[in-house]
Design a protein around this ligand. Structure first.
Ligand code: ADP
Ligand code: MG
Length: 491
């Protein structure tokens, strides 16, 4: 459909991971839809295919919930995040595509995007036409295109009914939506054949899904070799706010990292070390560092305890933690700050994992830890708050990057430090004393629990992508867009 240089499927080369450039792409290198719209006034009639993120958390505990014709999203944030794109593309005809959950290349009814339709129509205030499987070959039929508003700006060839249809659709344009892309293996395999079937339905491609930009999938990578491809407004917004965090030699950044995924996140720490004045650790991340230093439980009689703490982490994690410590000592620009006190896990945990939530947790110095540490203690919270206040006062525009809760926040009272520090940050942000940026599924859940999401400067909708971006490797989807711009000399 699009007027593209022909590209046979066999000439498509997937971006080799090893040759990725060691720097994040800058906005200037990317084809921005907004800029192109202004510069070239992208023909009003051109059909836009947009990759968005409708991977919303669903209530799926019971069979009844999974089998219901209409799914119940636990958060509408990702649905609402599409509204700016709908406005940006309008009045051009718009077709959306996304994944939902992990169907692993097979059709799974409970992960059908059709189950979200009533929510989408209500939140977007638009009719949404469910287009079904994106892999049906060929273009969309004329009737569907007309309902999307395609061709409504052109003359309807004098045919009365067609004219009427065009008039009608011009006033109330529907939006198209394809079925869950991951029902086919081709999506995650970055298959050019899969992308070609998608591309046949539109004339332009817009990527507006920051949260999948760290994946080379057909709808983020291969598609950009088939259609002129652009960055949508939400993706542009995320990059605009996140890319400055990568400036090297930046002493204004503080990272506050917690959570449980030590093995994936510990790599991130090394790259953050270069661009932060302080790395504040909590959660299991801090426990790993403390274990490496032999500090956990080392003042207790039981000499084996310190070893057993260390044994709860993999050799790989401990090794990376050791290297991190050595790096920090060598570089001298960034201090690693570890908790000095902590809340011990409950003494009595029932067989089903429950415990008495009314009893207050035992707070001890980390050297006196005799059980797992589930939260950082009040002294550590105070130290973090003082550091944040002091840095913000000394350095105007201090940025605080938050990922991972400081404790087992889902299990009160072990949410104490996570909520306390988030509220402190929110207050500083509200008063314009610092810039607060957070990302990560559980981090956002903790933020919502703390009731201060509104006060944060920027909440990234990408969890994994947020972290990948901070590690300064160029993300595959951004690389694909950058190359498309170079190849096609897009605006
Ligand atoms: P995000 O989703 O924001 O990236 P993670 O998934 O890495 O964050 O971490 C969140 C998880 O970390 C939560 O389930 C929380 O219970 C867990 N966690 C935090 N502190 C600890 C701790 N000290 N010990 C064990 N788990 C922890
Ligand atoms: Mg998580």
């Amino acid at each position: 459909m699009a007027n593209m240089p022909s590209l046979s499927h066999s000439t498509y080369s997937r971006p080799p991971a090893s040759s990725a450039k060691i720097a994040a792409t800058s906005l200037a290198e990317l084809p921005l839809f907004e800029k192109a719209k202004r510069a070239r006034g992208l023909e009003a009639g051109k059909v836009v295919l947009a990759r968005i993120d409708l991977n919303v958390p669903l209530a799926s505990h019971s069979l009844e919930q999974r089998q219901a014709a209409i799914a119940e999203p636990l958060s509408l944030a990702r649905i609402d995040a599409v509204i700016p794109l709908i406005e940006q593309v309008s009045p051009q005809p718009l077709i959306l595509c996304s994944h939902l959950g992990r169907p692993m290349g097979e059709r799974r009814e409970e992960l059908s995007l059709q189950r979200l339709l009533p929510h989408l129509e209500r939140r977007w205030q638009r009719e949404v036409i469910f287009l079904g499987d994106s892999q049906k070959s060929g273009a969309l039929d004329q009737a569907t295109l007309a309902r999307l508003g395609a061709g409504s700006t052109r003359r309807a060839g004098g045919e009365k009914t067609a004219e009427k249809t065009a008039e009608k659709t011009a006033e109330k344009k529907a939006i198209g939506l394809f079925e869950n892309l991951r029902f086919h293996k081709g999506e995650e395999q970055d298959s050019i054949e899969f992308a070609a079937n998608l591309a046949a339905k539109a004339e332009l491609f817009v990527n507006d899904a920051f949260s999948v930009c760290h994946r080379a999938h057909a709808s983020t990578s291969a598609i950009t070799t088939l259609l002129p491809s652009y960055v949508g407004c939400s993706l542009e917004g995320e990059l605009e706010r996140l890319l400055p965090l990568l400036e090297l030699g930046e002493q204004k950044n503080i990272a506050l990292l917690g959570g449980a995924k030590v093995s994936t996140k510990i790599m991130l720490l090394r790259s953050l070390l270069k661009r932060c004045s302080a790395l504040v650790l909590g959660g299991n991340m801090a426990n790993c560092m403390l274990a490496v230093k032999g500090r956990l439980g080392n003042m207790l009689e039981n000499k084996n305890l310190a070893n057993s703490f260390a044994n709860s982490f993999s050799q790989n994690e401990l090794q990376i933690a050791r290297e991190l410590e050595a790096d920090a000592e060598r570089q001298k620009n960034c201090e690693i700050i570890l908790p000095s006190d902590a809340a011990l896990a409950p003494k009595n945990i029932n067989a089903d994992g429950s415990f008495d939530p009314s009893s207050s947790p035992e707070i001890v110095e980390v050297e006196r830890a005799s059980r797992a540490l589930w939260d950082i203690g009040p002294k550590s919270c105070l130290a973090i708050e003082s550091l944040l206040a002091k840095t913000a006062q000394q350095q105007a525009g201090t940025r605080v990057i938050v990922n991972g809760p400081l404790g087992v926040f889902e299990r009160p009272p072990y949410d104490a430090s996570s909520l306390r520090v988030l509220r402190f940050l929110a207050k500083m942000s509200r008063h314009g004393k610092l810039i607060s940026i957070c990302g990560g599924g559980d981090t956002i859940a903790a933020l919502e629990r703390a009731g201060v999401a509104e006060d944060f400067t920027h909440i990234s909708l990408g969890g994994g992508a947020f972290l990948e971006l901070l590690t300064e490797r160029e993300m595959p989807a951004l690389r694909a867009l950058r190359l498309c711009k170079e190849r096609m000399q897009l605006a």
